[in-house]
Design a binder for this molecule. Structure first.
Ligand code: AMP
Length: 555
């Protein structure tokens, strides 16, 4: 029997309208490219979003058109999210750190008709304009006083808004209307686009909000270090207004001292970002000898949070929430928020559980399967390919049918490309990205597990483990270490690893590097490292250090 309830489409515009009405004092604070700090409440933002929507229509933007952004985290970028999708167009966020050829490909593939850039990013567009589609129009996110001299004809954002009405009767849109577009740069082939809908976006905000009740609520001040161009800043532009939390947007500077300063000034309670960012912040916290005022929570995801990082924050009284997800999942799949039954966990047990990737958020189903596609038990031991299914998971890449075949199983589950286990309490452990696992003599070695232990050495500031081709074993692990203040000895590192791993799992060599190459989304680029060290062979001191560590273990 069919139920008898009203069906109204889920719309993104309703999220901000709700925030403006119910949480009118919550605010968006932004460090601007102009060099100052800007503040507006959700009510003021809603008015400006209405003005912008009218302005976009005046420019001829129609439902279904793709309007791109090339911008840091700030209020104007937030406003574009709502205005573009509100009128039925698609907000296409572009990562300014991708290589030129990829950026050109993405704009062309998406079919963008207009692109708005932050002041500091206009030079990218000026440089690439000759290779970008001829009909593309350009806008700059600033006012007339700051608008740059440019070889491009630039629409000035504040001028576009100025003459418009601050009220909007948002159009009725079917809830499966496309609202946002985000490309991931895969390791092979061209970048692939995930096309979000109003429905998936609103549901994602609801799912994540109910799964993070200690963080996402009225009165909280949240700093998305994760960029608005990287999977919608993990959905914060939607979940924060929905729950009445304020947003503190850090702008372009994301180094430890800059983050510390803005967190301190704005009393940020929870900051969200990838592990590399937190290494910088931790160094600044050490240098200052204290936390930024008010900091109580770190949400870390995008790549694995090392146990040593969890310990460092927890020791200082900062609650670490480890989250996992991917662009194709809107992105959040799991979060590490504890429940009442974890109250008894303390010390090392608590940190170990926090270093896992968390439990599924409401609405997301997960399964792990063996090589034959058979489901494996959630016993914390069985390791298999991780699949997800949810209303917030993609059903196929944008204009790329060929890419879909590889990623969906017969029952419509999405193959994440990650290898994982799930414990009886539902906590996910990502063993590795399938392509980053090291296959040695037919056995798998997890790069994440090795990195986790190596990071426990006080003089290992950062590290990565990669596979290097080996004639005898197929692949062997190589550990790349960024030293701290002093360079640790290889013997010490091998000895530490030998406490946790069998001999065949240990790296064959250790190399020291000044820093690790990062991807456009701030993750360690193992692809680049694999290229750099493709020909690496263990040195004599590697062999001697390994022998020394083995002897110390009595082998
Ligand atoms: P992206 O779509 O660029 O966000 O990348 C998604 C991928 O990042 C996932 O499939 C994982 O391999 C990796 N990832 C995201 N979060 C985590 C995490 N907490 N731990 C380990 N890997 C992660």
């Amino acid at each position: 029997m069919k139920g008898l309830m009203t069906e109204r489409p889920l719309r993104i515009a309703d999220v901000l309208e709700f925030a403006a009405e119910v949480h009118p004092a919550a605010e968006i604070v932004s460090v601007r490219d102009e060099g100052d700090v800007h503040r507006e409440t959700y009510r003021e933002a809603a008015n400006r979003v209405a003005q912008l929507a009218h302005g976009l229509r005046r420019l001829g933007i129609k439902p279904g058109d793709r309007v791109a952004t090339l911008a840091w985290n700030g209020y104007r970028h937030f406003e574009l999210y709502y205005a573009i999708s509100g009128i039925g167009a698609v907000c296409h966020t572009i990562n300014p750190r991708v290589p030129d050829d990829q950026l050109t490909y993405i704009v062309e593939h998406a079919g963008d008709s207009l692109i708005f850039a932050d002041l500091s990013l206009v030079p990218i567009l000026e440089r690439l304009a000759p290779t970008l589609p001829a009909g593309l129009r350009y806008g700059v996110l600033t006012d007339a006083a700051h608008a740059p001299q440019s070889s491009l004809e630039l629409i000035v954002y504040e001028e576009l808004l100025a003459a418009e009405e601050p009220l909007m009767d948002w159009p009725e849109l079917p809830e499966d209307t496309a609202s946002g577009l985000c490309y991931t740069s895969g390791t092979t082939g061209e970048p692939k686009g995930t096309l979000y809908t109003h429905r998936s976006t609103v549901l994602h905000a609801l799912f994540v909000s109910v799964s993070l009740p200690k963080i996402l609520r009225t009165g909280r001040r949240i700093l998305p270090v994760v960029p608005l161009f990287h999977v919608n800043a993990w959905g914060l532009p939607y979940s924060a207004p929905l729950t009445g939390a304020s947003l503190v947007m850090p702008g372009a500077k994301l180094d430890g001292p800059s983050l510390f300063e803005v967190m301190e000034r704005e009393s940020v309670f929870s900051a969200w970002g990838v592990p590399t960012v937190w290494l910088g912040l931790l160094a600044e916290i050490e240098a200052k000898g204290r936390l930024p005022k008010g900091l109580g929570s770190i949400v870390v995801g995008g790549s694995a949070a090392p146990l040593a990082m969890v310990e460092a924050f927890e020791k200082k009284g900062v609650d670490v929430c480890h989250a996992w997800g991917m662009t194709e999942m809107s992105p959040i799949g799991t979060v590490g928020e504890f429940s009442d039954h974890h109250a008894g966990l303390s010390g090392a047990d608590r940190n170990l559980q926090k270093a896992k990737q968390g439990r599924r958020v409401f609405g997301v189903e997960l399964k792990i399967v063996d090589d034959d596609g058979q489901k494996l038990p959630h016993d914390g031991k069985a390791v298999g390919a991780l699949y997800a299914r949810a209303n917030t998971v993609t059903s196929g890449y944008f204009r790329n049918e060929a890419a879909n075949e590889a990623v969906f199983d017969g029952d419509g589950w999405f193959q994440t490309g990650d290898i994982a286990s799930i414990d009886p309490d539902g906590f996910l452990t990502i063993a590795d990205r399938l392509k980053d696992l090291i296959k040695s003599g037919g056995e798998w070695i997890s790069s994440i597990d090795l990195e986790n232990v190596a990071m426990g050495h006080p003089e290992v500031a950062n590290c990565a483990v990669i596979a290097v081709a080996d004639a005898k074993w197929g692949e062997r692990p190589l550990l790349v270490v960024v030293p701290g203040e002093t360079q640790p000895s290889k013997t010490e590192i091998f000895a530490l690893l030998a406490e946790h791993f069998a001999k065949w799992q240990l790296p064959d060599g250790i190399v020291f590097a000044e820093n690790l190459p990062l991807t456009a989304t701030g993750k360690v680029s193992k692809r680049t490292l694999r290229k750099i060290y493709a020909q690496h062979v263990p040195t004599d001191d590697d062999k001697a250090a390994l022998v020394g560590a083995m002897e110390a273990r009595g082998e």
